[in-house]
Design a protein around this ligand. Sequence first.
Ligand code: SAH
Length: 282
Amino acid sequence: MTAPDLPPLSWPRLEPGWVWLCGAGPGDPGLLTLHALNALRQADVVVYDALVDPTILTLAPEAEHIYAGKRGGKPSAKQRDISLQLVDLARGGRRVLRLKGGDPFVFGRGGEEAQTLVQHGIPIRIIPGISAGIGGLAYAGIPVTHRDVNQSVTFVTGHDQSGQTPGSLNWQAISDGSQVLVIYMGMKHAEVIASALLDAGRAADEPVAVVTSATTADQQVLETTLGALVADLAASTLEPPAIICVGRSVLMRQALDWQAMAMGEAPRNTDPLGRGRPAESA
Ligand code: SAH
């Protein structure tokens, strides 16, 4: 595949010695931004993570592709090594594109990489991307906010640098703080997370969705409840990467599962929140 043309606007130039940290979105190459495409067309080296869809790399056919191999729970290049490799490539006069899954500044250590580059005097540009916790849920027909459900949403990481459920998280405050929780990297610790939320007073019948490989051809969605999450996950064949969404916005999938509708299925329930027609104004 050759990279498609960009609209005739004035696009930034990726200069030798620069590093652009760019979000690749959750999977579907169509969710790349035009800035990402502009970067792919100019880079002479692309350093990419495990969750970047291989098709996206075909948009930079001339560039060298370097796999940085970061993936939770799997052997991976050390974060510091990746950051220093970016420094070396930039100092070697390359046009460096650091391509990360989703948005580079959402649970992706993009901030750390950017900081290391700045500390070494390397000029950078940040290109945001669509984060899995928003775009991935949208592909499952789940609006991350909905006026009848939530006025806030909390993004949570299910494990920290040590691979454990973050002990520093105050699950009581998280549970009290928003009606909808979007949990990244939570599958491995689903049991601990579910019981922490139940202990914090969330209802066992609260809707939960687990969306794996969101926006890709392998996307799967498990609809369950907080009380049944662990058993349903154990009974499933689901594999990470997964986004876990806790809250009543999950019910909207009964109306908005647009992928099923595109395959000819009728919506299961056009009023899953029991609110009648949505208000048209205000
Ligand atoms: N920067 C990324 C997140 C990196 S952390 C972003 O903004 O999306 C990696 C975690 O993101 C995974 O463990 C998983 O929880 C989530 N994730 C990334 N891509 C995903 C996808 N296509 N489907 C489901 N979850 C995904």
